[in-house]
Write a protein that binds this ligand. Structure first.
Ligand code: PLP
Length: 439
């Protein structure tokens, strides 16, 4: 390591140690809650992404776009439940939708009048979705979409992306995860057309599906190029594989998701997050011919079970979410706000000449500490990760909550005042920490 690098890293380590100390000192109640929880849950945690060092803070209340922790500290929530919290905390229209569902009765144990209404809204909205089925999570939606592709093609291999995230049981960060379902997956780098062509052709005889997020979400908010999506569409057609877009996160990025925005239409789409209005939600849908295998009127129907698939709470909130709170014009407006915010953050970085950038599209974005082009998750991983922790901890002290990995997902509750305040906080941070970023 060069002397300059050693000094820079020492400074960064020192700043991180101080930031962790400040974090801990200001949050005795959160620490106590964490210790209590750790006695009955591994690490006090039931959702890995929410854990961060030194210990996670415990939130006791949320309203609009703001949350308050057990120590009374307030934050603007800029991560918005990793895209599921599009409507902020306890939106009055969602409260009313829950109330209507309660009036009708929970756990009706039968088909109800809400499920087809939500299904129609979903089919009308997303170009590839002619027919849809509901699940309880995006994870389940992807498991079922891949199963559908395997059944439809009679093949077993899926082509997925390095760093792709399709739920807790199908994640390809770092090449895979021991809890993944045992599908045979071959992985190519995101945005690597030549790599995808080679893998698709090598595996053509057994290729059931090509599965990707049209923008890597958890992998760092890296959009697919139009050429990459078009190449994958071509490869699916050429090999007879099913093209699956995981739009669990990205469906919010235009009125009809990234498939509508890019014009590349997959065979199957998976959905989740905000569409359930904040309740547990997932859906998979696509061509009638593919989805028809689940038609229970058929003697050869494939069963797809799920006690809560049509639960009235989710169905009611989903209808309100799509029809009332996030109609097409709201999607356009929110994503324009996101584009403007990202541009302002990048302008602040550029004007200081710092090796950093904010990638993404519309209301989803992520900080990265490199000035090199970022096309895939491997390049994202090669950037400086320690600065992300420092940014995260320092922004908490300024009252802004972004994901520990640097991601932001705007909710409809984040307004101009919050965006202005956040840009100011980031500018201040860039000025303070610039010496740690430059060699
Ligand atoms: N697919 C993508 C792209 C996601 O980002 C996520 C969750 O973050 C999932 C699938 C899984 O959704 P869920 O957490 O509802 O299981």
């Amino acid at each position: 390591m060069s002397t300059a690098n050693a000094i820079r890293n020492a400074d960064l380590e020192g700043a991180l140690a101080e930031a962790r100390e400040t974090y801990t000192r200001r949050r005795p109640e959160s620490l106590a809650r964490h210790v209590e929880a750790a006695a009955v849950m591994p690490g006090g945690n039931t959702r890995s992404v929410l854990y961060h060092g030194p210990f996670p803070f415990a939130v006791v209340h949320g309203e609009g776009c703001r949350i308050r922790d057990a120590d009374g500290l307030e934050y603007v929530n800029l991560i918005g439940e990793y895209t599921a919290g599009l409507f902020g905390h306890s939106h009055p229209a969602i409260r009313a939708a829950i109330s209507r569902a309660l009036d009708t009765g929970l756990n009706l144990t039968a088909h109800n009048l809400l499920e087809a209404k939500l299904a129609r809204l979903v089919c009308e909205r997303f170009p590839s979705v002619e027919s849809v089925r509901f699940t309880n999570s995006g994870t389940e939606a992807n498991l079922l979409a891949v199963a559908t592709a395997k059944i439809a093609t009679g093949r077993g291999t899926i082509l997925a992306m390095q760093g792709g995230y399709h739920g807790g049981l199908m994640t390809f960060a770092g090449g895979g995860n021991p809890v993944n379902v045992p599908h045979k997956a071959v992985l190519c780098e995101f945005n690597d057309i030549a790599g995808a062509e080679r893998l698709a052709r090598e595996n053509a005889a057994d290729l059931a599906a090509i599965l990707l997020e049209p923008m890597l979400g958890g992998g760092g908010c890296i959009p697919a190029t139009d050429a990459f999506l078009a190449a994958l569409r071509r490869l699916a057609d050429e090999t007879g594989a099913v093209l699956i877009f995981d739009e669990v996160m990205t469906s919010r990025l235009s009125p009809g998701g990234l498939q509508q925005a890019t014009g590349v239409i997959p065979d199957l789409t998976t959905l989740g997050k905000y569409i359930g209005g904040g309740m547990s939600f997932g859906a998979f849908g696509g061509k009638q011919a593919l989805m028809a295998i689940f038609d229970p009127r058929r003697p050869d129907a494939i069963p797809h079970a799920g006690t809560f698939n049509n639960n009235t709470l989710t169905m009611s909130c989903g209808i309100t979410a799509l029809s009332e709170l996030y109609p097409p014009e709201k999607a356009v407006e929110l994503n324009a706000r996101g584009d403007a915010l990202r541009e302002r953050l990048n302008a602040a970085i550029r004007s200081r000449g710092l090796p950093a950038q904010v990638t993404g599209r519309g209301s989803m974005m992520a900080f990265h500490f490199t000035d090199q082009p970022l096309r895939n998750a491997t390049e994202v991983g090669a950037a400086n990760q320690k600065l992300k922790e420092l940014l995260f901890l320092d922004l908490l002290e300024r009252g802004y909550y972004i994901a520990r990995r640097g991601m932001i997902a705007l909710s409809l509750m984040v307004g101009d005042a919050e965006c202005d305040g956040f840009v100011g906080a980031v500018e201040e941070w860039l000025d303070l920490r610039a010496p740690m970023m430059t060699a």
